[in-house]
Design a protein around this ligand. Structure first.
Ligand code: HEM
Length: 197
């Protein structure tokens, strides 16, 4: 049964649902970027590691607990409000698909907490290259969830849609390859300068 609230309640829920989603994703993207810096600090001199690693750990905890998780809570609480005003969305296939993808996003969120704990204890086995690849997962989820939220049952399957998806995947791959090249160049430069001394 639909909840009887003032007509503008739905719009308030939707506005804060979108704000929550933006904050949640900003947090998720930056959190894994911090993990990358944290892991790469292993290559630095012990004195630099002693300063940087606790600093990254602190930044990660603050980002996760003050930005990312509250963003998630706002997005999901407002989503419940939207569904209470209009429960018929729950009968629709696009919403089932959206909920399944949101479940994956929640699993990703929890996995980030697990990685944060491992980094804190110094037992994380993820390389920075693997973390960079992991950081693309929420990009794909964001793309498909927003498309489902906007297009709903009219989710487009035309060639133009596939072109947009291919373009996003291509850009993500290009960013990965460029980052890998820069890493290799840096490693070679370090080897070269160590060899020269
Ligand atoms: C439990 C999780 C979620 C539920 C139940 C949910 C539910 C809803 C509902 C009912 C609407 C209103 C649709 C309309 O009025 O047209 C909506 C809008 C929206 N949702 Fe979600 N949502 C969830 C999570 C997310 C996530 C994780 C994202 C982003 C990745 C997202 C992005 C959006 C966007 C962009 C809109 C605005 C669409 C528009 O107005 O055209 N939602 N959501």
């Amino acid at each position: 049964m639909a909840l009887h609230l003032p007509p503008e309640a739905y719009l308030w829920f939707k506005a804060f649902h979108i704000i929550g989603v933006v904050v949640w994703f900003a947090g998720l993207f930056y959190l894994v970027r911090l993990f990358i810096y944290h892991v790469e600090a292993d290559d630095l001199a012990p004195e630099a590691q002693a300063v940087l690693k606790p600093q990254y750990g602190l930044m990660e905890k603050r980002l996760a607990n003050i930005i990312t998780t509250p963003g998630m809570v706002v997005a999901l609480t407002m989503a419940i409000g939207l569904l209470m005003v209009n429960p018929s969305w729950l009968q629709q296939g696009w919403m089932h698909m959206k909920l399944a993808l949101v479940a994956l996003l929640l699993a990703y969120h929890l996995f980030c907490y697990r990685l944060m704990g491992q980094l804190d204890r110094g037992v994380c086995t993820w390389s920075s290259g693997k973390l960079r690849a992991l950081n693309e997962a929420p990009t794909l989820l964001l793309l498909v969830i927003v498309m489902l939220a906007v297009f709903k049952a009219q989710f487009p399957t035309s060639s133009a849609t596939w072109l947009v998806v291919a373009l996003v995947v291509f850009m993500a791959l290009a960013i990965q390859l460029y980052a890998r090249k820069r890493r290799r160049d840096r490693e070679q430069q370090t080897l070269f300068s160590e060899g020269g001394t």
